[in-house]
Design a protein around this ligand. Structure first.
Ligand code: HEM
Length: 521
């Protein structure tokens, strides 16, 4: 399209320069300081098109914020494959093209985020961090929608709205409440592993550049022969991992509540490009009864000693967004967005997530969100999807007869790709049930994690949990203590002592803010 040429002609024709301020109708704006009024004191008039256009567009500048992960920072970059899994070619496990050759590059867009609070909330809060990566591959887009922590609170997506309601500010006070949070956790023992990480310093990463990432849910890879394996993804920052204690976080927040966004932006601006290595853990497809956990359970890690991390590529972030709204805000990631060679596992939580992402995006951004440049694949796209709010182009191929927006057609229109043998056809059978999984093992890995922490991390965990639980209803405390003891005797004992200590120190004085002011008038 030579839209610029024709626009230039038009501008010259009207005797105005390219810099002339206009309305979106192309009318030159001669006065952007004064509204049209009857006399210079007013009143204003309703036919004031220029004013109404400007204010009414401004009134609609915000789109709904993400229901979770509302605050985020984005960056563009490149993913470069190793072509291998250990000493073997990656093709033994997957035929996904982006991984095949050593040095093969794929453009990416990444959005890091905090989860619970709104778009401009502090980046120092105790919260998981989102780590979502969009790979613009030659086979279409692949989204790896992960978090910094390697496990999650729940293992069934039907619990997600309740989890998030408990984490969001209370509907009666608009303030986040530890009592509401732990009220939910007291009925959710599978959250113990995640709670143990979240209330430790790992719950406040120092910056986005210094945190890990992971797909959390279990996915699959399949090769040319149709053999599938289970896969977990891990991002490891080459900058090292750094976390904040609660005291560190309070200090940072007192001077800067955007520190993580600024840190990422400034590093890229000065050419100090952050990098992450991508690793996979691989397991034969199957239920693995020999393990004390279910490999599809996202509240569990796969022990590294048993399932080695295999380096499959490196991501470098090297370009900041030009416009935060167009890119970071409107970008839309989803767990259903996979390419050939990658697949879902049977993980029921993953299927639940997959419904939720594109559903919310059709509401948040609009039904044509995939036409936006940040979401649109960088390969050829030809669909018969048409119309809907804000459709601004038609996905046709050059020379397509525009009458044909259906398939099959003898006249024109996109044709099905040559039928490629889909080699991966797992057999699925079972009773239709509503049941919890067989190997919940809710406390084992949480206890192990507790024992694995460094002393200062454990002390910080106890202090954060004690502070959070001290003000909760006694019934909630009792249930939670039962869980901490079930994870590890010492864990339970120290939280119990910690809660008592905080309670005995609690001051009942009313907190008064500020200094008494003088009278202005
Ligand atoms: C964002 C749903 C679990 C990572 C979102 C959004 C929804 C959602 C509705 C907002 C998307 C948007 O507005 O574009 C769910 C459901 C879950 C779940 C139903 C559980 C059943 C998880 C888990 C992870 C995760 C386990 C980590 C592995 C993310 C990330 C984002 C996000 C990183 C932000 C993406 C961005 O930056 O745009 N999720 N989620 N979610 N979720 Fe989940």
């Amino acid at each position: 399209m030579n839209r610029n040429d024709s626009q230039q002609d038009q501008n010259l024709h009207q005797g105005r320069s390219a810099e002339t301020l206009t309305t979106r109708q192309g009318h030159p704006v001669h006065d952007n300081q004064n509204s049209r009024t009857i006399g210079n004191r007013g009143p204003m008039t309703l036919e004031n098109y220029q004013f109404i256009e400007k204010l009414s567009h401004f009134d609609r500048e915000r789109i709904p914020e993400r229901v979770v992960h509302a605050r985020g920072a984005g960056a563009h970059g490149i993913f470069e494959a190793t072509g291998k899994v250990g000493d073997e070619p990656v093709s033994r496990y997957t035929r996904a093209k982006l991984f095949q050759e050593a040095g093969k590059q794929t453009p990416v867009f990444v959005r890091f985020s905090t989860v619970g609070h709104g778009t401009h909330s502090p980046e120092t809060l105790r919260d998981p961090r989102g780590f979502a990566v969009k790979f613009y591959t030659e086979d279409g887009n692949w989204d790896l929608v992960g978090n910094n922590l390697k496990v999650f609170f729940i293992r069934d997506a039907i619990k997600f709205p309740d989890l998030i309601h408990s984490q969001k500010p209370s509907p009666t006070t608009n303030v986040q409440s530890q009592e509401r949070i732990f009220d939910f956790f007291a009925g959710t023992p599978e959250a113990m592993h995640m709670i143990t990480l979240l209330y430790s310093p790992w719950g406040i990463p120092a910056t986005y550049r210094h945190m890990q990432g992971g797909g959390v849910n279990t996915y699959k890879w399949y090769n040319e022969a149709g053999e599938g394996v289970l896969v977990k993804y891990h991002w490891e920052p080459k900058q090292g991992i750094r976390n904040l204690t609660q005291e560190d976080a309070d200090k940072v927040q007192s001077t800067n509540f955007n520190h993580a966004t600024k840190d990422l932006h400034d590093a890229i601006e000065r050419g100090d490009y952050p990098q992450w290595d991508l690793y996979v853990q691989i397991m034969d497809d199957g239920a693995h009864p020999e393990l004390d956990f279910d490999p599809l359970d996202d509240t569990k890690i796969w022990p590294r000693e048993q399932f080695a991390w295999q380096h499959v590529g490196t991501m470098t972030l090297n370009r900041n967004p030009e416009n935060v709204f167009a890119e970071t805000e409107q970008v839309a990631f989803g767990t259903g967005v996979l390419v050939d060679g990658l697949d879902f596992s049977d993980d029921k939580m993953l299927q639940g997530r997959t419904f939720s992402y594109s559903d919310t995006q059709r509401y948040r951004v609009g039904p044509n969100y995939l036409q936006l440049p940040i979401n649109r694949p960088k390969c050829q796209v030809a669909t018969n999807q048409r119309d809907g709010q804000m459709a601004f182009h038609v996905d046709t191929f050059p020379g397509q007869d525009a009458r044909v927006n259906y398939e099959p057609s003898i006249l024109s229109g996109p044709k099905e790709a040559p039928r490629e043998h889909n080699p991966h056809t797992p057999y699925v059978e079972g009773k239709l049930v509503r049941e919890a999984i067989d190997r919940p093992n809710n406390f084992g890995q949480a206890g192990m994690q507790y024992r694995n922490f460094a002393d200062w991390e454990r002390a910080e965990l106890i202090s954060n949990l004690s502070g959070a639980l001290a003000g909760c209803d006694e019934r909630i405390q009792k249930k939670m203590l039962e869980y901490f003891y079930a994870c590890d005797e010492d864990y339970g004992k120290r939280v119990e002592e910690g809660v008592k200590k905080v309670q005995s120190q609690a001051k009942s004085q009313l907190q008064e803010y500020g200094r008494e002011a003088s009278s202005l008038y």
